[in-house]
Design a protein around this ligand. Structure first.
Ligand code: NAP
Length: 334
C-alpha cells in the first residue's frame, strides 16, 4: 500500500552569529506504516521560538535529523484507541507536515468553544504559560504595582501585558523594537507606556516611563535591558528572568551588561530565573483564568500567522529579527 510523503526540515549546519536559511534544508520523507500504539498527524500550526536559536549551537539539535517544536495537528490515521482519527493534539515532532506520534508524547487539546485553535500555541500555550508563571509564581505581581516587560510586542510580552492588566497591575510599561510596535502596545493591548529601545539609552526611557520606579521586571531580553531595569527597580523589587533574546546569537561570549548586578544586593532585589517546562502544573490555572476572558474578547490572542510550510524557516529567522507582532506561528495546513 502506498504511503504518504511528509515535507520535512532538517538542520544541516550550525550558525556563527545570526542564523541563515542555508543552515536548514527541506526534504521529502515517505511516512512508514504505523506500528501498534502510533497515530499519524497532519500538522496544522507550528510555533517558532527563540530557544530554537540555542538548539542550533553545538550540543543542541543534531544535524540531518528530526527537529522538535510545539505543534498542533489532527490525527488522520491511527493504531491507538487513545488518539482516534479526527482528534486535535499538541505534540513536539515539528518542522514537518506529517508526524507519527504516540499518546505518551502528545496531549489531546481541550475544546474551548469560541477560542481559536492557534491560541494553544500563543496565550494558552507555552508562551502564555511562561507569562503567567513569570507574573504569578516568580514575580508574584500584586495589584497597583508598576511592571516593565521587555520584548513586550512578542508572544510572551503581549500575553504578559494583557495578563498583568487582568491581575490588577497599576502601570504597565513595555519595550520593543519599533515605534509601530510601541503604538500597538499602548493603542491595542492596554500598556500605559511603551518605547522603542533603539531610541535612547533604555535606562533614560524607563525612568521617564516609571518616575516612581518599578516593582517588577519581566525580562525577555537580558543585557542592557536587565541593567536598565536593575537601575530603575525600587528597593525589594522582583525580576522574573524569562529569557535573554539579545544574547542568543552569541551565547558563548559573556554579555557586556548588566554591569550593575551587585545593586541586586544594595536594593534587596529578588532575581529568579525559570523554565516553563518545570511549571506545566500551572496550565489548568491559566485555562481557568484566561478562557473566560478569551471568550468575552477582553483578551485577544496576539499572533503573526505565516501561511505555508515552505515559509517555516523564514518565519523562524524573521521572529529572531523582530518581524513578528505577538506570537509567531506558521500555519501548515487549513
Ligand atoms: P518573541 O518575543 O515573540 O520573539 C522574539 C522577539 O525578540 C522579536 O520579536 C524581537 O522583537 C525581540 N528581539 C530580537 N532581538 C532582540 C534584541 N537584540 N534586543 C531586544 N529584543 C530583541 O519570542 P517569545 O517566544 O515570546 O520569547 C520571548 C522571550 O521569552 C525569549 O527570550 C524566550 O527565550 C523566552 N522564553 C522563555 C521561556 C522559559 O521557559 N523561560 C519560555 C518561552 C519563552 P523586537 O522587534 O521588539 O526587537
Amino acid at each position: 500500500m502506498s504511503r504518504p510523503t511528509a515535507r520535512v526540515v532538517h538542520l544541516v549546519s550550525r550558525p556563527t552569529g545570526a542564523p541563515t536559511a542555508g543552515n536548514f534544508a527541506f526534504l521529502d520523507e515517505t511516512v512508514p506504516p504505523l506500528a501498534p500504539g502510533e497515530a499519524l498527524v497532519e500538522n496544522l500550526f507550528q510555533s517558532v521560538d527563540p530557544y530554537m536559536r540555542e538548539e542550533m549551537d553545538e550540543g543542541g539539535w543534531a544535524l540531518h535529523a528530526p527537529l522538535e517544536g510545539r505543534t498542533l495537528g489532527r490525527v488522520v490515521e491511527s493504531r491507538t484507541p487513545a488518539l482516534p482519527v479526527g482528534t486535535l493534539v499538541h505534540h513536539r515532532r515539528a518542522w514537518r507536515t506529517l508526524s507519527v506520534i504516540t499518546p505518551a508524547e502528545s496531549f489531546v487539546l481541550p475544546d474551548f468553544a469560541g477560542v481559536p485553535l492557534s491560541a494553544h500555541l500563543s496565550v494558552l500555550g507555552g508562551t502564555g504559560l511562561s507569562a503567567w508563571v513569570g507574573l504569578t509564581r516568580i514575580a508574584r505581581l500584586r495589584a497597583d504595582e508598576t511592571i516593565f516587560i521587555s520584548a513586550a510586542a512578542g508572544g510572551v510580552g503581549t500575553a504578559a501585558g494583557q495578563l498583568a492588566r487582568l491581575l490588577g497591575a497599576g502601570r504597565i510599561i513595555g519595550s520593543t523594537g519599533s515605534a509601530a510596535k510601541a503604538a500597538h502596545l499602548t493603542e491595542r493591548l492596554g500598556f500605559d507606556a511603551a518605547f522603542d529601545y533603539h531610541d535612547a539609552p533604555i535606562a533614560d526611557r524607563l525612568r521617564e516611563a516609571a518616575p516612581d520606579g518599578l516593582h517588577v521586571y519581566l525580562d525577555n531580553v537580558g543585557g542592557d535591558h536587565l541593567e536598565a531595569a536593575i537601575d530603575t527597580l525600587r528597593d525589594h523589587g522582583r525580576i522574573a528572568w524569562c529569557g535573554a533574546v539579545a544574547q542568543y546569537n552569541n551565547l558563548q561570549s559573556p554579555p557586556p551588561a548588566p554591569r550593575n548586578l551587585y545593586d541586586v544586593v544594595g536594593k534587596s532585589l529578588r532575581l529568579e530565573g525559570f523554565l516553563v517546562r518545570e511549571h506545566l502544573d500551572a496550565r489548568p490555572g491559566l485555562y481557568d483564568f484566561l478562557v473566560p476572558h478569551l471568550r468575552s474578547g477582553a483578551v485577544v490572542p496576539d499572533e503573526t500567522v505565516v501561511p505555508g510550510f515552505e515559509r517555516v524557516v523564514d518565519a523562524f529567522l524573521g521572529m529572531l529579527r523582530g518581524a513578528n507582532t505577538g506570537k509567531m506561528i506558521v500555519r501548515l495546513a487549513e
